[in-house]
Write a protein that binds this ligand. Sequence first.
Ligand code: ARG
Length: 348
Amino acid sequence: MLMDIGILLVTLLGVVNGAGDSSLYRGCDYNRCKYYAQLAQQPSSLLQQAGYRLYQQCYCSSYGVFLYNNPQTQATKAPIYKPTIPVSTSQCGISSVTGSATTYLNNQRGRVVGGVNTKQCEFPWTVLVNAGGAQCGGTIVDSMHIVTAAHCMRSGNYVKQASSVRVGAGSSNKNSLTYYTVRTVTVHPNYNPSSFNYDVAVLTLQYPLPTNNQCIKPICLPSAQLNIKTGTKCTVAGWGLTKEYSGYAPVNLQKATMPILSMDTCKQSYGYNTITDVKICAGYLNGGIDACQGDSGGPLMCAEGNNWVLTGIVSFGNGCARANYPGVYSYVPNLKTWIESITKAYGK
Ligand code: ARG
């Protein structure tokens, strides 16, 4: 994580593979590409802040290449799996590596510049979401559901097809992830791509995640109306860039601990209308530590007692780790009812 640039496109490989084979370009949608380019050119565009300027270089072509090169997508007619074991606090948000979430966060003192490697299985609910070649993060909330960002699931005005989305879980090493296929992508109905309001989506998997794996565990959703206090320390994790515009994406899952900022501070950075009650800021006004491109959709994790709870979803920022521009997260306590309307209805 650390540092910004549109969704990190993992498509370069696809471009190389696709060179010379024109049939591979069927998936390219140049209108979609133009749509992003126009939005990204508006000087204060949130899309630009979120790094979507990459689309100006028309990654649409590589996006299409990637889609049509993507060998997963078999699996269809499967029975509906109920989430195994409805999650209660004894079964969610427990990391055998960190131990008590409160104790862990209290011991993270001082300020680290940038992130550091997580240990294997330290945040076993953190997953990689690959959506048609775009890299995002996500969080396991039960054996059938992943919470991620809505903006990761959209291409222009469309929601990405479930068949183009894969969820990598089970390791902090990006090269050792096991990939799971997605049955349904549900984007929040109020998601607004120009304000990034309601930047949340739920992925329903095709098959349940294994329940006997110490590296694949659900996080807790925060208790209703958790009112997180300014200054509370929380941890963000992701495989996003470690330096703004560097193009350098780490192999090992990164983590960084930082305080929740007040709504006022957040509004001063990003504008009074932009920051609503479904968003929250975290980070340091001096900069230096933040989420970045490729981290979107991943977890901002806080403590409720011994348990880790999903408090924020990486959404956007102006650049990465810049002074006076902390990271903006979707605020899960105020989105929990919607998330549960999807997860709880499943299989009924
Ligand atoms: N929008 C970015 C993504 O798609 C994440 C941006 C987070 N940026 C930040 N400075 N906190 O990966």
